[in-house]
Design a protein around this ligand. Structure first.
Ligand code: ARG
Length: 462
């Protein structure tokens, strides 16, 4: 009996496929993940066929019940997919045939696996983008938590990894919130781009049945239908949007990882990875390694290659459907899985680990982080042109370095060796904390601006 069913539902009409080809061609191991979407799409399709009179009430009910029970069996792990049935679409059709018999043979009326798989994948991308957005928000909340703890903590801001100017750690962390917020927008763009129903494209030319786009869209929660059936079955741009959005998130994750790895080094001592996320060395008892973040960094870099993988698959392909497209799912699934776990890990690492409250201030003093403020002191208080004041301060810094002093350890006579006009007021500009309040632009590290941004993110993430 199974053989007979197999024959009816088989996609190879005459010749028997070799078992090597069966292995090679089958995608069920991967696309079984689309089961929920595939069943939803099939249910919407049969509802439509019923409206057209192609299926009776009784047949429609039978199909719905059969599909629901297939879904239940999948959830309890009872479903045994076979590669003989190639992919998720054929497997489900086959299971349905086993359950309800000949009525299942009407299922595939007026559609093709070409529009079916594109629709399934669109639904999956929309669902997965929303999951990733939630995970990004979760990470943002962890960052915001540290931002609030360290609202007043001062660190040196770096350029070229050289100590540059004092900033608030909260300002630094808020910069990451800006990046991840852009990623949320990117996924929203991806969701919008995926939100086009392609059912009705059938194989490529459209369907001979007047399938009702509005009905399908309502059932599957699409807001619009495709304008062109040929584009419908061959468009994988929405997968690229997904991978590109994921690439951006991965870039931001790898940036954050690289930074935290540096900061957790003994040379920086600005960050301590929580024990739950670091490991010891098998030989050096004193060490704790930030393995969790190192893995986030390497995985993020691998995630970025996924967009390249898919663009290699889809570029240079004439219209319309080619089996090449079957490879798309492996790529987007891998991207999703890796990015999901990276976001979860990073979120928990940041929530539980500790930023050093004091080290930053120390580094700012030791490495002359307020030198720019001193140059501005000469401009503002003594009306010396900036290029001149810059030079004077550079000489003062060199002098301090030579004498093993930081700026606050220089006495006024030493300052005056370089510029007679300098008075005691210069110590206000040497002060690292005061440097922050001196910033006047709306995007600056001025504590008032930082407080405002924290408030904005609190309400955004609520
Ligand atoms: N498993 C196929 C895929 O993922 C389904 C579409 C097959 N269509 C076809 N004409 N062979 O792309």
């Amino acid at each position: 009996m199974a053989t007979k069913k197999n024959k009816i539902l088989s996609t190879s009409i005459n010749k028997k496929t070799s078992s090597l080809m069966e292995d090679f061609n089958s995608s069920i191991k991967i696309d079984k993940r689309l089961i929920e979407e595939d069943i939803a799409v099939t249910k919407a399709h049969v509802d439509n066929l019923h409206k057209l009179g192609t299926l009776s009430n009784k047949e429609l009910n039978k199909i719905h019940k059969g599909l629901s029970s297939i879904q239940n069996e999948y959830q309890i792990g009872k479903l045994k997919f076979t590669k003989k049935n190639e992919d998720i679409h054929m497997n489900i059709e086959f299971f349905l045939f086993q359950k309800i018999g000949d009525t299942a043979l009407k299922l595939h009326t007026g559609r093709s696996r070409n529009d079916q798989v594109a629709t399934d994948t669109r639904l999956w991308v929309i669902k997965s983008s929303k999951i990733l957005q939630a995970k990004i928000k979760n990470l943002m909340s962890s960052i915001l938590k540290q931002t609030k703890i360290h609202q007043d903590t001062i660190i040196p801001g770096f350029t070229h990894l050289q100590i540059a100017q004092p900033v608030l750690l909260s300002h630094h962390l808020l910069a990451y919130l800006e990046m991840f917020k852009r990623d949320l927008d990117y996924y929203t763009f991806c969701i919008k781009g995926s939100d086009e129903n392609v059912l009705g494209s059938a194989a490529l030319a459209g369907s001979n049945y007047s399938l009702n786009g509005n009905l399908l869209n309502k059932k599957l929660k699409f807001t619009k239908s495709k304008n062109n059936s040929m584009d419908g079955v061959s468009d994988r741009d929405f997968c690229m949007y997904f991978l590109n959005a994921s690439s951006m998130t991965a870039i931001h994750l790898s940036k954050l990882s690289a930074e935290l790895i540096l900061w957790s080094s003994n040379l920086f001592e600005m960050f301590k990875v929580h024990e739950e996320y670091s490991t010891g060395s098998s030989i050096m008892p004193q060490k704790r390694n930030p393995d969790s973040i190192e893995l986030v960094r390497s995985k993020s870099n691998i995630i970025r290659s996924k967009a390249m993988e898919l663009s290699n698959v889809i570029s240079g392909i004439p219209l319309t459907y080619f089996k090449d497209f079957q490879e798309d799912k492996k790529i987007i699934f891998e991207c999703f899985d890796e990015l999901s776990i990276c976001l979860d890990v990073m979120s928990d690492v940041i929530k539980k680990s500790q930023f050093n409250k004091d080290k930053g201030m120390h580094l700012c003093n030791q490495y002359f982080a307020t030198s720019t403020d001193l140059a501005d002191y000469l401009v503002i208080e003594k009306k010396i042109p900036f290029r001149k004041s810059y030079k004077i301060i550079a000489e003062i810094v060199q002098y301090a370095q030579k004498n093993n002093k930081n700026l606050s350890q220089l006495d006024i006579v030493e300052f005056q060796l370089f510029e007679k006009l300098i008075d005691k007021k210069i110590y206000q500009y040497v002060d690292v904390k005061k440097s922050l309040g001196r910033k006047k632009t709306p995007m600056s590290t001025n504590p008032k601006n930082v407080t405002k941004n924290i408030k904005n993110y609190e309400s955004f993430l609520k």
